[in-house]
Design a protein around this ligand. Structure first.
Ligand SMILES: [Zn+2]
Ligand SMILES: [Zn+2]
Length: 465
């Protein structure tokens, strides 16, 4: 058994709606081309998971629609099958039921079985056919056909952008624990959150606040990745951590997972001790719908930045700056927090100047070749770690709240003012600012469309090691 999920961009959703609901009350259709992301061991299902990433939507022009069902023109279909094989794409079809029902019809079953047969005859028995159904009531369903007649339901269909739309077929009643949140945002949000798979990268001050906030908001699956252990100097800000954890040198990821599990709100939490770019963390990361980047190192950010574009996984990146004024001036020179939503087609962290590529390289070297790193440090070729940064729990926690609210806003849209994709809070002046940036067209991550939703590549993320 394989789990399937679909992710596309807001622009793909808009193109689909335009094609599918072009003539009021009449069924419309489009082709959809996907790239694949394969996970051999999804950490939640413990089985294969294939994520289908939308690359292109092609409206179908010459389709005969009688208001009841659409028929497919074989010539254009076969031409696209040819292209799919050449470019390693998966071909899908999308159609609408403007007046319902919000389910596939017997006619759809017959049409799609025929289309699968054509696909297998042309491209071999391993060919798949993806089918998306948009209903007039807003329901979006999808399924995947495989040889000879096997259909798998797609677990979720997500479109990302200004808003995050998350469609998931089954609706179980929410726990009474969420009654007061439902008063604010209604029952749909809680149903969506229950089905989200969210990665929290870094279980320090911000991560240890972010994961419990997500669980209390109703998120059903949380992955926590960190390779550090609890130390005494973390206890001023690491939510849930105790002196005993520090004495026992417990991994931070496990401590934060323990605190989330203790809530018993139904969240499944998975701690992974390891470095974010390690090969054994890959499948778990790819399986996430959304990621919160709570690490303060640059190498981790550079890596997640790429992952966001290749796999269409929105990354909520947090940054906190605390700088003490130079004597004789007393007090703080700066306390500011930043939350950036990293995803196509917006500017990436590199183009926003939010990461220092030089520092990222030094961090990679320190981790991969510690002896060489020490040698270069002695000879002053690398800058070294320097003094630890100031850290105060109220600010690390506040940036976590900002990021989780940013995520919630993308789902429910509570904000009256559009803050774009980066918000900066300047604590010394009690103000929030929206900061904007454009992708540099030379940027290999956000500047060219090729990378967006490219999915699996060899080497992974096109990073030459
Ligand atoms: Zn239909
Ligand atoms: Zn960029």
């Amino acid at each position: 058994m394989t789990t399937f999920s679909i992710t596309g961009l807001e622009e793909h959703e808009a193109a689909l709606r335009a094609a599918l609901f072009e003539n009021a009350g009449i069924e419309g259709a489009a082709y959809v081309l996907f790239r694949e992301a394969q996970m051999t061991n999804d950490p939640w299902d413990r089985r294969r998971h294939t994520k289908l990433l939308v690359r292109e939507v092609i409206p179908i022009q010459s389709v005969s629609a009688d208001g009841m069902h659409v028929t497919w023109d074989t010539v254009s279909y076969v031409a696209l099958l040819q292209r799919a094989q050449r470019e390693e794409l998966i071909l899908g079809i999308a159609h609408s039921h403007p007046k319902g029902p919000a389910e596939f019809s017997a006619q759809d079953d017959a049409n799609e079985a025929e289309l699968l047969r054509t696909a297998c005859n042309r491209n071999g028995a391993a060919a798949k056919l993806v089918s998306l159904l948009f209903s007039g009531d807003g329901t979006v369903l999808a399924r995947v056909w495989q040889y000879p007649q096997h259909q798998s339901t797609v677990r979720s269909v997500m479109f990302i952008g200004e808003r995050i739309q998350f469609h998931r077929p089954d609706a179980a009643p929410a726990s009474a624990a969420f009654a007061r949140q439902i008063l604010a945002f209604g029952p749909t949000l809680i149903h969506q959150l229950k089905n989200f798979r969210i990665g929290v990268i870094g279980a320090g001050g911000t991560g240890s606040a972010t994961a419990p906030l997500l669980a209390r908001a109703g998120v059903g699956q949380i992955l926590i990745v960190d390779d550090d252990i609890v130390e005494i100097t973390n206890l001023n800000r690491l939510h849930g951590a105790t002196q005993m954890d520090a004495d026992a040198m417990r991994p931070k990821a496990e401590v934060v997972a323990r605190e989330v599990a203790r809530m018993a709100l139904g969240a499944r939490v998975l701690p992974l001790r390891g470095w974010v770019s390690a090969p054994d963390v890959r499948d778990a990361l790819k399986a996430c719908d959304v990621i919160f980047c709570c690490t303060d190192d640059h190498a981790g950010r550079v890596f997640l930045n790429r992952l966001a574009y290749y796999y269409l996984i929105p990354v909520f990146d947090m940054g906190l700056a605390m700088a003490v004024a130079e004597p004789p001036v007393a007090g703080m020179a700066d306390i500011s927090a930043r939350v950036t939503t990293v995803m196509p087609p917006e500017a990436c962290l590199l183009c926003r100047g939010a990461v220092d590529v030089e520092v990222a390289r030094e961090e990679d070297l320190r981790r991969q070749e510690p002896t060489e790193y020490e040698r270069r440090k002695r000879e002053a070729y690398v800058r070294g770690e320097g003094n630890p940064n100031p850290a105060v729990v109220t600010f690390t926690t506040e940036v976590a709240c900002m990021a989780v609210n940013e995520f919630l806003n993308r789902i429910v849209g509570f904000r009256k003012r559009n803050m774009g994709f980066e918000i900066r809070r300047r604590f010394l002046f009690s103000e929030d600012r929206a900061t904007t940036a454009r992708p540099r067209h030379t940027c290999p991550v956000c500047g060219v469309r090729d990378a967006w939703g490219l999915g699996d590549t060899d080497p992974f993320l096109d990073i030459v090691g």
